[in-house]
Design a protein around this ligand. Sequence first.
Ligand code: AMP
Length: 170
Amino acid sequence: MDLKQFIRDVPDFPKPGILFKDITPLLRDGAALRESVRQLAERLRATPVDVVAGIESRGFLFAATLAIELGVGLVPLRKPNKLPYTKLRESYSLEYGTDSLEMHQDAVNPGERVALVDDLLATGGTMGAAMRLVERAGGRVAACLFVIELSVLHGREKLVGVPVEALIRY
Ligand code: AMP
């Protein structure tokens, strides 16, 4: 199945000049949704994973379904001030300013192998912060998984030393 046909381009969202890759048609189609999760799991065939961590908020959708498929647990990596308990924070640069991701301090145990999941890889700043959170907790990043990669932005060059997999590339 060609998953690309389920991605909708929305020009100038959320601001002028951005071509937004909308995954909602993929989510809406039962066969495409199941196929996307199957393909994510397939990319991890030779990679042992103890836990899946997903990035707020569209990353949660694929991380949770992948965790169920693999039979492992799920860790949410959230925007600032959403998680209730003691947490670690990592910041990353945006086009204008910075943003941060947080993870509960006890979400990943030392030595655990973590598969990180987001819907889309652009500049790699978000996933880079996710990697640092896992590493600070003593975990090992087993792989970074995306549904979509915008390869022209070379985000994977920021994700050094780990397998980077994307189902759909532009
Ligand atoms: P980056 O940190 O630059 O790799 O940006 C990745 C994050 O921003 C992901 O969580 C995406 O959901 C979101 N994102 C960036 N660019 C786009 C885009 N063109 N369409 C949809 N989401 C995007």
